[in-house]
Design a protein around this ligand. Structure first.
Ligand SMILES: NC(=O)c1ccc[n+]([C@@H]2O[C@H](COP(=O)([O-])OP(=O)(O)OC[C@H]3O[C@@H](n4cnc5c(N)ncnc54)[C@H](OP(=O)(O)O)[C@@H]3O)[C@@H](O)[C@H]2O)c1
Length: 166
C-alpha cells in the first residue's frame, strides 16, 4: 500500500521558497504519528527543506544528481520514482508514504501508484510558489474527516481527510 500525504490550501498552494506556507502544529503531530517507523519517499528539494532528518523513518530521496550522497543509515538516494518504489518494497513490514513536494506528488499521481491520500485541506489562500496540481478529487472517496481550528497552535482552520481510490 502506497499513501500520499499532503497539506493543500484552497488555492492549491503547498509551498513557498522551499518551506511550508503555514504553521499547523496539529498537522505536524498527525504527520509524525502517521509516518513514524515507516518509509518516506520525497524529492530532493523537500528533503533539503527539512530542518533535520525525521527520526525513526526511512528516507528515500529522489534526485537526478548522480553525485548526491548522504552518509546516513536512514537516508537512501535514488534516481527516479520507480526506483524509489521498488526500493521501498524491500522494507517488508513498513508502509510507504509519498511526502512531496510538488514534482513528486504529480509524478506519483500520474503514474497511479497511490492507493490512499491523507489530505490536509488548509482553509486559507496563502502566497506560494509550489502547487498540488493533479487534484482530480472525483477519483477519490472520502473515508474520514477530522476538523481542527485556528488558535495558538494552528495558524488556520484545517480538515484532515482520508481518501481511498474509487
Ligand atoms: N504542503 C505539503 O504537504 C508539502 C509537502 C512536501 C513539500 N512541500 C513543499 O514543496 C516544496 C518543494 O517541492 P518541489 O516541487 O519544489 O520539489 P520536490 O518535489 O520536493 O523535489 C524536486 C526535485 O526532486 C528531484 N526529482 C523530481 N522528479 C524526479 C525524477 N523523475 N527523477 C529524478 N529526480 C527527480 C529533482 O532533484 P534534483 O534537482 O536534485 O535532480 C527535483 O529538483 C517546498 O516548498 C516544500 O516545503 C509541501
Amino acid at each position: 500500500m502506497t499513501s500520499l500525504v499532503v497539506a493543500v490550501a484552497e488555492n492549491n498552494i503547498i509551498g513557498i521558497q522551499g518551506r511550508l506556507p503555514w504553521r499547523l502544529s496539529d498537522d505536524l503531530k498527525f504527520f509524525k504519528h502517521l509516518t513514524e517507523n515507516h518509509v518516506l519517499i520525497m524529492g530532493r528539494k523537500t528533503f533539503e527543506s527539512l530542518p533535520k532528518k525525521l527520526p525513526n523513518r526511512v528516507h528515500i530521496i529522489v534526485t537526478r544528481n548522480k553525485k548526491y550522497n548522504l552518509d546516513d543509515d536512514d537516508c537512501f538516494v535514488v534516481s527516479c520514482l520507480d526506483e524509489a518504489l521498488d526500493f521501498s518494497k524491500t522494507f517488508f513490514a513498513k508502509q510507504t508514504f509519498v511526502i512531496g513536494g510538488g514534482e513528486i506528488y504529480q509524478q506519483a499521481l500520474d503514474k497511479k501508484i497511490v492507493d490512499k491520500i491523507y489530505l490536509t485541506k488548509v482553509k486559507a489562500q496563502p502566497e506560494g510558489d509550489t502547487f498540488f496540481i493533479n487534484a482530480n478529487w472525483d477519483n477519490w472517496e472520502e473515508k474520514s474527516r477530522t476538523s481542527f481550528f485556528k488558535g495558538e497552535k494552528n495558524e488556520f482552520d484545517f480538515d484532515i481527510i482520508e481518501l481511498i481510490k474509487k
